[in-house]
Structure formats: C-alpha cells, structure tokens
Write a protein that binds this ligand. Structure first.
Ligand SMILES: [Zn+2]
Ligand SMILES: [Zn+2]
Length: 218
C-alpha cells in the first residue's frame, strides 16, 4: 500500500514552488496535500518571527519536528534563524513567540483534531503483522517485532511508533494462524484477537454442528 501517491500535473501546478522541488516534506510523513495546507495556513511566513519564506535561505521554510517523538511530530514551519535557536539543546528562549509556537505544535493540534493518541495505537496481540510508513511488514514475536526486510533489526512496538508515527502503522489481518490446539483458552484468545466478528459467528455456528453453509441447497 503506497501511503503517498505522486501529485498529478494539474495538482503540481497549484503547488507552491520551490517547496516541492524535492518534496522533502515526505521525510516528515507529510503528503503534498497536507504540506500545501500548512504553507497556506502559515501564509509562508516563519511561525515564530514571521519572516517571509522568500527571504529565508533556499526560499523556503524549515520543517521543524520534535526529535524525541520522531520525524512525524512536525511542530511547524520556521526560518533558518529560529530553527538554529530552537536547535540548541534544551534551551527554549523565554520569549512569547517561541513559547506560543511550542505550545501550539502542528502535530498536537492535528492529532487531537483526529482523536489520535500521541503514544500511538496499543500494541496488537502476539503474531500480529503491521505495515509501516515505508511499506515494510513487521511481525510480533513476544516483545519484539521483526521485519520482512532482512536489513532491519527487530524493534519494540514503541520504536515502530516513533519511526512511523501514530497513524503510520496499519494492522494487516493474518489469513493464517498457528493455533495452540492443546490450550482451548489460548486458542480462543488468538481467534478473538485476529478474526472478524462475522467470521467468529460463523465459526461458532459450525462448531455447534451447523453444516457447511451456502452451497445452493434450497
Ligand atoms: Zn510535494
Ligand atoms: Zn523565524
């Protein structure tokens, strides 16, 4: 599943260049559409000091993010100078413009609006499979998630959320399960965790002695 489709020629024409020359915003999991929206909302001015993007180096603003949360935690668009000031470890200037900016981070507003927890979704059960923002698959084995990509080391759930963001992980429902047939309790937990309700209903019906359904017997 491609998370980001490429914009059409018509869409590109409406975009604000040079910000899309490299579409660097994708490194922060912002689609062209979302990024365009941010450019419009900020009026292409630094969100702290109001410097116009055209007067900043490269003619565009920096995408500022909260490093401890991950690249997806975009705080806003700011100029070179303000970015340098914020970049100094832990030294937040005692200045109203900076304080307001940090209090109203874009990602906080955005995720609150969508009702998404900043900590990400709860960890899916043992054996689950998820797809990350880069399209890789990860499977849970105990506390570790291992990737379909052999170059990736195993990670914990929290690390996957940091890397992909609260909205970047999609649970892929398994079509096969290895069931603990000697433990009905564990087996039931597995089935409850992975099966769709309508499939569970049908399974219950079959186990209760219902015949195979729907083969044209009137
Ligand atoms: Zn773009
Ligand atoms: Zn600035």
């Amino acid at each position: 599943m491609a998370k980001f489709r490429s914009p059409s020629v018509a869409e590109r024409a409406t975009f604000t260049l040079p910000a899309h020359e490299t579409c660097n915003h994708r490194n922060y999991m912002l689609s062209c559409e979302v990024y365009e929206q941010m450019l419009k909302e900020t009026g292409q001015r630094c969100e702290i000091c109001q410097l116009p993007a055209s007067e900043n180096s490269g003619g565009k603003l920096f995408i500022d993010h909260e490093a401890r949360r991950g690249a997806w935690a975009v705080r806003g668009l700011i100029c070179n100078r303000c970015n340098t000031i914020l970049g100094k470890d832990g030294e937040v200037p005692r200045n109203e413009a900076f304080a307001n900016y940090l209090k109203n981070s874009w990602y906080r507003r955005e995720f609150t609006k969508r009702g998404v927890s900043l900590e990400g979704p709860p960890q899916p059960p043992e054996g689950s499979k998820v797809q990350d923002a880069q399209g890789r698959f990860w499977t849970r084995r105990g506390i570790w998630w291992s990737s379909s990509d052999p170059r990736c080391k195993s990670r914990r759930w929290h690390e996957l959320v940091v890397r992909s963001g609260p909205l970047g992980l999609t649970v892929v429902r398994p079509t096969h399960l290895v069931l603990h047939v000697d433990s009905p309790m564990e087996m039931a937990e597995q089935l409850l965790a992975h099966m769709l309700p309508e499939h569970l209903d049908k399974l219950a019906w079959l186990l209760a002695g219902g015949g195979p359904a729907g083969d044209g017997n009137a």
